[in-house]
Write a protein that binds this ligand. Structure first.
Ligand SMILES: Cc1cc2nc3c(=O)[nH]c(=O)nc-3n(C[C@H](O)[C@H](O)[C@H](O)COP(=O)(O)OP(=O)(O)OC[C@H]3O[C@@H](n4cnc5c(N)ncnc54)[C@H](O)[C@@H]3O)c2cc1C
Length: 464
């Protein structure tokens, strides 16, 4: 039983909190849950954790679709550390507290004539959460979001506060840009931005086979290229976007089309397919015809273009494979989906990311294609997904894939060590910055240290 003597800590602790991630697929009950408002609060929490030998986990927006943010020890909600500390218009940089949400940052930057160079599908994440898992968008010459960070301040267990960048404590910098909370608490970051820009996007449909024949030219045909394949059909859409100075061209949203049909009716029909799974391909075909078959051109502010509505709770799995394996992987997935009597949801999302030198980044030293699969949970109800997951992961492994850290996956510590040249260095650094394992949780023990007896690479198969 922890006794909190410090008056300030008593003020910022919350009782009886159950943490659940956005998709409601993982939850935990932390022993203590804090909502700090400044760095001093966090330092005091770490002192308390040391005194009682408790594990500590920072949580951002809780959007990770795995248990990466879970703990039964002390949880630190970063939400109130959300200040935008400094905007340097000349150097196009911004310094932010770690818990600031990306959507708030987007709006603030825009007012200063700046923008982030690339974004994922949503901007609801915290900065530190997005960085900690190497959140990515798409664009073969654009790195994941951690590559936009130029300086970072980390509170560690053994060395106190460390400022790091490419020129100072470089090893800590390269490790902490994808560290899943394992090295300490990120307090603030400096991000390199660019001048605010508009994106002109074109979305059109194409058959999978034609895409696979012209993959290289499609990947390189625009700054940002995303492909969605509609499984059980040959249909795909390609979304391409380039920077432009042309005037805005915004499609009016239709409440009926975007909310009643594409959200509510779709969710209702997906729920029905839980009883009649063989109707999933028909629903996919209807949705494609209704919503995606017509070409669409939009010119809008960059951050409004990168993001889109990800609908309702979902299971997701996503791996990064070397770019040159994209065709092989999609062919194998196409074959499996069509030959196994399993009915899966759209989309299979295909994105492209530039290589980087962040130790545990899935794009470490290689340009990658991220392939993501999804099974929606209409009205938060479960759907069978593990057979699909097991087959998908087998294909990703056969293509030398690395899983995206934010999502549930079965890559073991031994496999990860083989895949990441800097894995051992990361583990050594982790042990030196956190000798008592204060910042580890079950996810990290499982995937970085091989310390979860109930887990192995056949986890999904075993659960069928
Ligand atoms: C609808 C939806 C769409 C998504 N789209 C994309 C996408 O397009 N591209 C993509 O790459 N990902 C995507 N994601 C995944 C998401 O970007 C990542 O899971 C991201 O980590 C979530 O950020 P968060 O603030 O919610 O972090 P959390 O989930 O709260 O935490 C993630 C990790 O960061 C650690 N952490 C958080 N703050 C700190 C801190 N201050 N110090 C140390 N560690 C910290 C946590 O301990 C945890 O390990 C999506 C998720 C959802 C639900």
């Amino acid at each position: 039983m922890i006794e909190i003597e410090n008056i300030r800590l008593r003020k910022i602790v919350k009782n009886n909190i159950k943490f659940s991630n956005w998709a409601h697929t993982f939850e935990c009950i932390p022993e203590l849950y804090f909502e700090p408002e400044n760095d001093d609060d966090i330092i005091k929490i770490i002192e308390l954790a040391k005194l009682y030998n408790k594990n500590v986990r920072a949580v951002g927006a809780g959007h990770s679709p795995s248990d990466v943010a879970c703990t039964e020890g002390i949880m630190i909600n970063m939400e109130k550390l959300n200040k935008i500390i400094e905007v340097d218009i000349e150097k196009k940089t911004v310094v932010v507290e770690a818990g600031a949400r990306i959507d708030k940052l987007n709006e603030c930057l825009w007012k200063h004539g700046l923008a982030l160079s690339n974004l994922g599908s949503i901007s609801d994440q915290s900065i530190s959460g997005a960085i900690s898992t190497t959140t990515h968008g798409t664009g073969i010459n654009f790195g994941n979001q951690s590559t936009q960070v130029v300086e970072l301040t980390l509170l560690t267990a053994s060395r106190g506060i460390i400022n790091c960048s490419a020129n100072e404590n470089e090893d800590v910098f390269k490790a902490s840009l994808c560290s899943m909370g394992a090295l300490g608490i990120i307090l603030k970051v400096k991000i390199q931005c660019e001048s605010a820009f508009k994106l002109k996007s074109n979305q059109y449909s194409m058959k999978l086979n034609d895409i696979l024949k012209n993959l290289d030219s499609i990947i390189n045909s625009a700054e940002h290229v995303r492909i969605w394949w509609f499984p059980h059909t040959e249909n795909c859409i390609i979304w391409k976007a380039d920077r432009t100075t042309e005037n805005l061209k915004i499609q009016q949203s239709s409440y009926f089309k975007d909310h009643i049909i594409s959200f509510h009716l779709y969710q209702f029909l997906l729920n029905i397919t839980r009883c009649f799974p063989s109707t999933v391909p028909l629903l996919t075909t209807l949705m494609f015809k209704y919503k995606f078959s017509q070409p669409k051109q939009v010119i809008n502010d960059s951050y409004k273009q990168f993001n889109f509505d990800c609908l309702f709770p979902q299971y997701t799995n996503e791996w990064a494979i070397p770019l040159e394996k994209t065709k092989e992987a999609l062919e194998k997935l196409y074959e499996w989906v069509n030959g196994n009597g399993v009915f899966v949801h759209f989309p299979v999302e295909v994105r492209f990311v530039d290589k980087d030198d962040i130790w545990l980044s899935p794009a470490y030293k290689r340009k990658v294609c991220y392939i993501g699969i999804i099974m929606y949970r209409p009205y938060n109800k479960p759907v069978p997904y593990k057979k699909y997951w097991a087959a998908f992961e087998e294909i990703m492994r056969s293509c030398d894939g690395r899983p995206y850290w934010a999502k549930e996956h079965t890559m073991t510590a031994a496999e990860l060590e083989k895949s990441y040249p800097k894995f051992k260095e990361f583990i050594e650094l982790q042990k030196s910055l956190d000798p008592n394992g204060m910042f580890l949780n079950l996810y990290l023990k499982r995937h970085l240290f091989g310390m979860d007896e109930n887990f192995n690479k056949d986890y999904f198969k075993a659960k069928l």
